[in-house]
Design a protein around this ligand. Structure first.
Ligand code: DAH
Length: 358
């Protein structure tokens, strides 16, 4: 067998033996590469007598083309085998349970607002709101808190640059200015519920500079303090989902109500755990009172004809009490793990039926 034929048959044998793409590449390099066996034969060409050169060269080139073709064919078949192996090994198991879709959650503050609005909606209250950026008159003066009044100091107000006409501006420190806006813009009877953001320059374990309140206001010719108490009693029972829930009015002071009261609900503690309902302890939940005649006057409502009540409640506080959330600051940290734990599925939102009109 001549040299060319021997190189050819060795290469073909090695090709058939190559069982992976990597092994095949090694055969290709060993045969057709720069230092390959067939390439070596071509290099000998120059040393041959002229008459043999042509014949030898043609022969080597024929074998070269044959081997190139054989390598391609082997490559295709190895690739096919590799694909078959992957398909067999990496088969999708359609019987595995599907991965659940990540779902969004309702923030506890939004949930609590929806619950409060639904309960007062059932009692005929209408949702209302006002701006976060308020003027001094709506936030203080019209609520019977004139400049220099000591109650202003308690509010730790964020003041803003005044308007061009000199009107002092601020971030509202409570939702009470919406009482003023409603009385100025509509005639009694008025029955509104006002959830919203409020701001005070205060930041520690139990205070955040932004928090939420809900304001209630009823103005008509006959509403008295008994209605206030009945209304808050009904609210507390519905919100905390406790059928027997005593409430207690403690005399207090707010410039915009007279008389004023702070309201406690009954509760008990055992092993450090709070239970809301009749018990030996009380928890404060809100402030309220009969709207001060001076506030009615400021808002253009005749205090000899109309009267009514108002109340204001911290939303974070009653959300913490109902849902056992221990730390106020976590409400606003946007930690998704916290939200997945304390948040609500979209379907938990109470139906907004009753007297609520949006
Ligand atoms: N605005 C009061 C506050 O921030 C809460 C309040 C108390 C509102 C009594 C009322 C009310 O409407 O009658 O602290």
């Amino acid at each position: 067998m001549d040299q060319v034929e021997q190189t050819r048959s060795e290469a073909l044998q090695a090709l058939q033996a190559a069982s992976s793409l990597e092994a095949l590449e090694n055969v290709r390099v060993a045969t057709l590469g720069k230092k390959g066996s067939l390439t070596g034969l071509l290099k000998q060409l120059g040393a041959l007598p002229v008459e043999q050169r042509k014949e030898f060269g043609a022969k080597v080139n024929v074998v070269k083309a044959e081997l190139e073709q054989a390598i391609e064919a082997r490559k295709t078949s190895l690739q096919g085998a590799e694909l078959d192996r992957k398909l067999a090994e990496e088969r999708i198991d359609v019987t595995l349970p599907a991965r659940p879709l990540r779902q969004g959650f309702i923030h506890p503050i939004s949930q609590t607002i929806d619950e409060i609005v639904a309960i007062f909606g059932d009692m005929g209250f209408v949702w209302a709101d006002g701006p976060d950026i308020e003027d001094d008159w709506h936030n203080f003066t019209a609520l019977n808190i004139p400049p220099e009044h000591p109650a202003r100091q308690m509010h730790d107000t964020f003041y803003l640059p005044p308007r061009e006409d000199g009107t002092p501006m601020l971030l509202r420190t409570h939702t009470s200015p919406v009482q003023v806006r409603s009385m100025v813009s509509q005639k009694p009877p008025i029955r509104i519920i006002v959830p919203g953001r409020t701001f005070r320059m205060d930041s520690d374990v139990t205070h955040t500079p932004m928090f939420h309140q809900v304001e209630g206001l009823v103005i008509d010719e006959a509403t008295h303090m008994g209605h206030l108490k009945g209304c808050l009693q009904e609210f507390a029972k519905a919100y905390f989902e406790v059928s027997e829930l005593p409430i207690r009015f403690r005399p207090s002071y707010f410039p915009f109500t007279e008389p004023s009261a702070e309201v406690d609900i009954g509760c008990s503690w055992s092993n450090g755990e709070l239970k809301i309902g009749a018990g030996d302890s009380w928890l404060e939940i809100l402030g309220c009172g009969m709207v001060h005649p001076k506030v009615l006057e400021y808002c253009g409502v005749d205090p000899t004809k109309y009267q009514g009540f108002a109340f204001g409640m911290g939303i974070e506080r009653i959300a913490m009490l109902k849902y056992g959330i221990p730390d106020l600051r976590t409400f606003f940290e946007s930690d998704l793990r916290w939200l997945r734990h304390y948040g609500f599925a979209a379907l938990d939102v109470p139906s907004l039926t009753g007297g609520l009109s949006r």
